[in-house]
Design a protein. Structure first.
Length: 249
């Protein structure tokens, strides 16, 4: 069975457009490369109740959940509070996180800075030599920072621990309009249930008008679908094939 994931981006600054979300795209690509299917990306505000509801709902629905944002020392950093409330557990000060903060700040470790040592009770820390501050892991929820540089560094650590069966990908580029190929494409889709097919029209491109993506965990099924397309009604309109099955064209 294909493992699933949900990504929750937390922050009023994203919802207001003051900050662009780049973390979800980075994570989605990384998860895809490891055979994990991202089913939903949600952007929510810095609201304790909303964080509580969203993380618990995602946790029940998906195999993996990744949150981004709300782990700093200020009043609007309420991710830990929200997740703790959602799962009905207390907030705890993690000893290892406190030690890291103490070593860094010394006698300048204020209550606000100590807030960055808070975790949902019974959380597990994921440590790695490439990151200074461990990743907080509670149940199937990975709690990551919002700052893109820190998010990427920590996500790379997590990514290497995922070893699901890979999702294979092929791309087919067609020089015909999407509306023209739609009837034949419906036949291909209905004949290949083990392959997920996406159709994306392209504007202002002199080479091709549609890019088809074909994804599957079954290499044989994917190759057969590519073959059906390349030998079908629009075989003369296919510019090129990339990825799995391209060598058989």
């Amino acid at each position: 069975m294909l493992k699933t994931a949900g990504i929750i981006i937390i922050g009023d600054e994203v919802l207001s457009g003051k900050v662009d979300d780049i973390n979800s795209g980075f994570a989605a690509k990384g998860l895809r490369s490891k055979g994990i299917d991202v089913r939903r990306i949600s952007v929510i505000s810095d609201d304790v109740d909303e964080i509580a509801a969203e993380t618990t709902a995602f946790s029940k629905k998906y195999d993996y959940v990744f949150t981004s944002g709300g782990l700093g020392p200020t009043h609007d950093d309420v991710t830990i509070e929200g997740i703790s409330k959602g799962f009905g557990v207390n907030i705890a000060i993690d000893g290892d996180l406190k030690a890291i903060l103490t070593a860094h700040y010394g006698d300048k470790l204020t209550p606000e800075r100590l807030k960055m040592a808070e975790v949902p009770e019974a959380s597990v820390l994921i440590k790695h030599s490439t990151i200074k501050f461990p990743i907080i892991h509670y149940k199937n929820v990975y709690i990551l920072p919002g700052q893109p540089e820190l998010f990427k560094d920590k996500f790379k650590v997590l990514k290497e621990s995922f070893n699901e069966r890979p999702i294979l990908l092929a791309k087919v580029y067609i020089t015909e309009y999407e509306s023209e190929i739609a009837p034949f494409l419906n036949i291909v889709v209905n004949s290949n249930k083990d392959v997920k097919i996406g159709s994306y029209p392209v504007m202002h491109n002199a080479e091709y008008r549609v890019m088809l993506t074909l994804e599957s965990m079954d290499a044989s099924a994917l190759r057969n679908t590519v073959k059906m397309l390349t030998n079908g009604d629009f075989k003369d309109k296919i510019l090129k094939v990339e990825g799995e099955g391209a060598d058989g064209v």
